[in-house]
Write a protein that binds this ligand. Sequence first.
Ligand code: FES
Ligand SMILES: [Fe+2]
Length: 408
Amino acid sequence: MASLPISEPIVPDLTTKERVNASQHPELGTGPIPVEFFLSEEIFQREADEIFGRYWLVIGRSEQVRNSGDYFVYEVEVQKTSVIVAKGKDGKVRAFHNICRHRGNRVASGAGNCRHFVCQNHGWAFTMDGKLASAPDFSQFHDLDKATLGLVEINCEVWNSFIFINFDKNPAQTLIEQLGGFVEQYRDYPFESLVCGGQWSSKLRCNWKVFQDIFQEAYHVSTVHAGTFPTFYAGPINPFGRPGGFKTWGLNRSATVVYNPEYEATPIEKVAAALGTTWTDMATEGFPGSNWSNNKYFAFDINGTFPNILIDVASGFFFTHQFWPISVNETRWVGSVYFLPPRKPSELLSQEQAYILIRDAWREDLSLGEAAQLALESRAMDHVHFADSEIALRHSFEAMKQALNLDL
Ligand code: FES
Ligand SMILES: [Fe+2]
């Protein structure tokens, strides 16, 4: 499987006029990006088959299936299927196609806890580990063996609380191989201990890579987020959101976002920071593995985890953005924020302040994807352009090119 090299980390002087990231990454090039990368039906079909059909994909978190019998259902349109993730009696987390083996009805919906998945069509019942447990009037079938009629299983692995699936029956690489240096970097980060307290989702009329790119750079922050983060990130040392660090792990990448040390917290942010951990409280001590660039003004690292999730690690919390293609020009985005479970109401208040702030900021981002898609579809221009500060987008483009062996 193709992979880009593992690079030495860069922690640039943010005031320099040099385009430091590109000069450290000649393999990523500096040229314009063809709009076909985002618009081509042919590329999209190859992504569906060769990327979403063969790579490990985050489908959820272990907190969603804590107990035996817990399950959730997730639609994966790009593979034309619905997936059940369930924890069996043996404590193992498994994934199945949500398809009754009789005539194809769905056997589960939503999320919950149960002992069997029962098809509402004719009542075939499946155990949590996927076996066909019973089927009414089964003697009426011809030459069928119940043992071969279990739910169709999908490869499923859990790494550090993230549940991954792989639709390939024989994945070319293990999950750990795919994650590469990310595993070492975050081996001790307590992902398992943090819980999701805020999650937002939207279906957008744009290509999934158009929308993913919006969250891989901070160049847009002072303009798009003038309402929510006017000066928290943008300040005298870094007015235009250059990355405070950048490194790559094969197809994965990490870009550091820095904060403005001269930022004056708002009154509510001061209250929230005094009571617990909140978004703009940079005094919180980091968990092990955070701030790999050892940046004095570290805010968070954007960890582009191939192919479709950003696992962004801050000091006292982390958040994810996931981008599920529905079609070449439709995407479902899911943004989630994770903190330690609040131990008292005052900590909950701090976290709620963070959730509200980031909800509003992400709403600002939502305005960008569909407008960009329409602009690209007009084909009024043939290319888009990535600045040195958008090096993560360039790596993302090159990673996809390499994985698909695209000649663009
Ligand atoms: S389709 Fe499920 S029992 Fe018939
Ligand atoms: Fe943004």
